[in-house]
Design a protein around this ligand. Structure first.
Ligand SMILES: Cc1cc2nc3c(=O)[nH]c(=O)nc-3n(C[C@H](O)[C@H](O)[C@H](O)COP(=O)(O)O)c2cc1C
Length: 228
């Protein structure tokens, strides 16, 4: 009888230990899950880490130096400044849309004439250089100056030539302007790239891009953070 109760005692102790070990294992799993959830949450709250998903990000932009409205002769284009701020804050790669034959004048009034003619003809000016492999990117910011209330025609060349490669991606438009805001860049981009998702865009005054950079950097930061 004593032997039986001793064996029963040993069995009970082992049973309790096994329950403890199993429980402990579960709680480690739970802790792991909790840590993962809290690190996911941390990542999600971290502004500018990844919009926007986990994939790589590209910033495509067109921009002019020379004489521009209200800012005089500039050495770095207004849109270029914003494009680089986005790249700095997101770790994105940059691609500048440059005209294959740079027929754009450096004086403002001549440039407006050329742009107007291109718009009336629905011209599709060629761009130079090789577009990076777009399949590497899940999110693509696309920016340009507003020209006569629209994207510069060369950007439509880019959209149309790359519409297939842009399908299924997040496209995020941005403009610089001197009063017209985003000028429907988002809707026009959606129309040109109907199989892409177009997210909320940002419009920045060209003069602010040149002369109020800290403010613009903050606006860019808030916009990106709101996109996430
Ligand atoms: C050809 C041309 C047309 C423009 N049309 C507009 C316009 O319709 N609305 C507006 O707000 N600004 C307009 N602007 C001003 C530019 O959008 C603004 O100066 C922009 O920041 C220039 O950017 P960039 O230096 O990157 O080229 C125009 C400028 C040019 C050269």
């Amino acid at each position: 009888m004593r032997r039986l109760s001793k064996r029963l005692g040993v069995f009970l102790i082992m049973l309790v230990m096994m329950i403890c070990i199993a429980g402990c294992g579960n709680s480690q799993e739970n802790d792991k899950e909790k840590n993962k959830a809290s690190s996911d949450k941390k990542n999600a709250q971290e502004p500018n880490s990844s919009v926007i998903g986990d994939g790589k990000i590209l910033v495509v932009y067109f921009s002019r130096t020379g004489e521009q409205y209200t800012v005089g002769v500039i050495e770095e284009g207004n849109t270029a400044i914003v494009a680089k701020m986005i790249a700095d804050q997101t770790g994105a790669d940059l691609f500048e849309v440059l005209p294959a034959d740079d027929h754009y004048p450096m004086t403002y009034s001549e440039l407006t004439d050329v742009a107007k003619r291109e718009q009336s003809k629905k011209a599709r000016p060629e761009y130079a250089g090789e577009v990076p492999d777009l399949s590497k990117y899940s999110t693509i910011f696309i920016g340009a100056p507003v020209w006569w209330g629209d994207w510069p025609m060369i950007m439509y060349t880019f959209f149309e030539k790359n519409a297939d490669a842009l399908a299924g991606k997040n496209l995020i438009p941005f403009s610089t302007h001197e009063g017209s805001g985003l000028s429907g860049f988002d809707k026009k981009l959606s129309k040109a790239c109907p199989d892409s998702a177009v997210l909320d865009g940002l419009a920045v005054r060209g003069n602010d891009a040149q002369n109020a950079r800290d403010d613009v950097r903050e606006s860019v930061k808030k916009w990106i953070s709101d996109l996430q």
